[in-house]
Structures are given as structure tokens and as C-alpha cells.
Design a protein around this ligand. Structure first.
Ligand SMILES: Nc1ncnc2c1ncn2[C@@H]1O[C@H](COP(=O)(O)OP(=O)(O)OP(=O)(O)O)[C@@H](O)[C@H]1O
Length: 260
């Protein structure tokens, strides 16, 4: 599949819980995600970041508008075909039965025929586990992992799905500083190879370092989307988060400083 990825959101609005009774999370949002782009989704708790990511994955009902993948509305896709294009790493997961890290990571590669493992499975799994600093855990039962280790396995599973669009809901929430940077580099490498990344994050400095583009939800119904520099302005971030945020240069790097 050498067709470049494109996802369009046109006039998308969501309600809390995806029900008609839920409050409107945000009013019409338009954006287009293209190959090579890295989008961050920012906003306070409850603003609708997870809801937006799951709507982009096709598993959360829209209040208004449409999401199109490769110019075809998401509801028109067969689940198995959709899995070739988009991978979704939710914020929570459960491990109801024993499974090794390698088996769990490989799970998304075998959609539709999990018993028929391709010959190159093992090498691909080993490569991604090494990339995410999980090689030593390949044979460990996922139920014995720490929160950060388990989160990296969830990301490994997402990577191994081989989809062009990676939708990651707070993928660094359990990660220490070194593993946050390791994941950031892995995501940048993937986007440079033609995949697209959409990730919700709470750390605006990490978000700045990752993003080419940003969506900012203010929790009061406003949604902004665009290039990183336009959306991640100190004024807009301060308004959305309700704290005073300054942008400073430290050692040649842009950093955000939150007034205590
Ligand atoms: N099943 C549900 N029924 C009703 N409301 C729900 C349901 N699930 C979630 N919500 C509400 O929808 C809103 C948006 O939730 P969402 O998880 O998308 O926010 P978020 O921006 O990802 O938050 P956080 O930063 O805390 O992870 C929240 O106010 C939440 O309470």
C-alpha cells in the first residue's frame, strides 16, 4: 500500500459518553491528518481528548459531522480493512488471561487469522520490543509488568499492527522521563517513514517537541486545530488550561513555563 494516508474531520462535534443526553464536548472541528504529520491533542481533564481519538478510530459516535479515511466515511469501512490503516492505543487495557509480552505485542499483526503467524513475525516483534526497551521482557507474563512497562507493550502492539495512522491516547502517562523521550523518538522515526501520529498528551513541553500540528480543546466547547506554532501559543494554552503559561527559550529550545 503506497497510497499516502489522509484522514479528514469535517464539522465533527462530540457529546460526553457518545449519547444524545451527554453535554457537547466541543463544537464543529475541521482538520486533515496527512502522512508524515504528528498531531498532539491537548486540553484539560474531561475536555474530550480520549473521545476525539476514539472517534478518529471509528469507535465513538459523532454528534455531528463526519470522519473520512482515504476519502471514505469511517462507517463505510470493514473493520478488517480499517485495521490496515489505523491503529488505536487506548488509555486503559486489561489482561484477563496469561500472555507473554511477545504474544501480546504480536496480537494486532494477526487480525482475522491469529493462528496463522507470518514467518517474519518473530523478527518484527523482536525489533519493536528492542526499540521500546522491552527485549528483556519478551517472555514475561504481561500481568507481571509495571504500569510503564505494560504501557510500552500496548504501544508495541499498536506499532506492530502496521497501520499508517497511529492514534495514541496518553501514551506516556506511565512513562519515566527517559522512556518518554525514547517513545518520542520512535514516533518521530515513524512519521518520517510516512506514518502519521495523533497523540493526546498532558505535558505541553513534550507535546511541543513531538508535534507538527495540534488540536486544543478548552473543555468549554471550543476546539482549535492547526500548525503547532499557531495553536500552542501561550495565550491560547493559558486560556484552555486556566493557568498562566509563558513561552521561554532555554538552551536554544522552546519551553513552556507555568506560573506557580
Ligand atoms: N460513559 C459516559 N457517559 C457520560 N459521560 C462520559 C462517559 N464517559 C466519559 N464521559 C465524560 O466525557 C467527558 C470527556 O471524556 P474524555 O475521556 O474524552 O476526556 P479527556 O479530555 O480525555 O480527559 P482526561 O484528560 O481526564 O483523560 C468527561 O467529562 C467524561 O466525564
Amino acid at each position: 500500500m503506497n497510497v499516502p494516508l489522509r484522514m479528514d474531520l469535517r464539522g465533527v462535534s462530540l457529546r460526553a459518553g457518545g449519547t444524545a443526553a451527554g453535554r457537547v464536548l466541543f463544537h464543529p472541528l475541521d482538520l486533515a491528518v496527512n502522512a508524515g504529520e504528528r498531531w498532539v491533542v491537548l486540553g484539560p481533564n474531561g475536555a474530550g481528548k480520549s473521545s476525539l481519538l476514539s472517534a478518529m478510530a471509528g469507535v465513538f459516535p459523532l454528534n455531528a459531522g463526519e470522519v473520512r479515511l482515504q476519502d471514505r466515511p469511517l462507517p463505510h469501512w470493514r473493520a478488517q480493512d480499517l485495521a490496515d490503516w489505523r491503529a488505536w492505543c487506548p488509555q486503559f487495557w486489561s489482561d484477563p488471561f496469561p500472555s507473554t509480552v511477545a504474544e501480546t505485542a504480536a496480537m494486532a499483526m494477526r487480525r482475522g487469522a491469529w493462528w496463522a503467524a507470518p514467518d517474519d513475525d518473530d523478527a518484527a516483534v523482536a525489533q519493536v520490543l528492542a526499540e521500546l526497551d522491552l527485549a528483556a521482557f519478551a517472555k514475561t507474563d504481561v500481568r507481571q509488568l509495571s504500569g510503564g512497562e505494560r504501557q510500552r507493550v500496548a504501544v508495541a502492539t499498536t506499532f506492530l499492527q502496521g497501520a499508517k495512522l497511529l492514534l495514541l491516547d496518553e501514551p506516556v502517562s506511565h512513562l519515566d522521563l527517559a522512556h518518554q523521550r525514547l517513545l518520542l523518538r520512535a514516533l518521530i522515526r515513524r512519521s518520517e517513514a510516512g506514518q502519521a501520529v495523533v497523540a493526546s498528551l498532558h505535558d505541553i513541553n513534550l507535546a511541543w517537541d513531538l508535534a507538527t500540528h495540534a488540536v486544543l480543546l478548552d473543555g468549554r466547547g471550543q476546539a482549535l486545530a492547526g500548525a503547532r506554532e499557531e495553536v500552542m501559543s501561550p495565550r491560547l494554552l493559558s486560556q484552555a488550561f486556566g493557568v498562566s503559561i509563558e513561552r521561554v527559550e532555554v538552551c536554544g529550545q522552546t519551553r513552556f513555563w507555568v506560573e506557580p
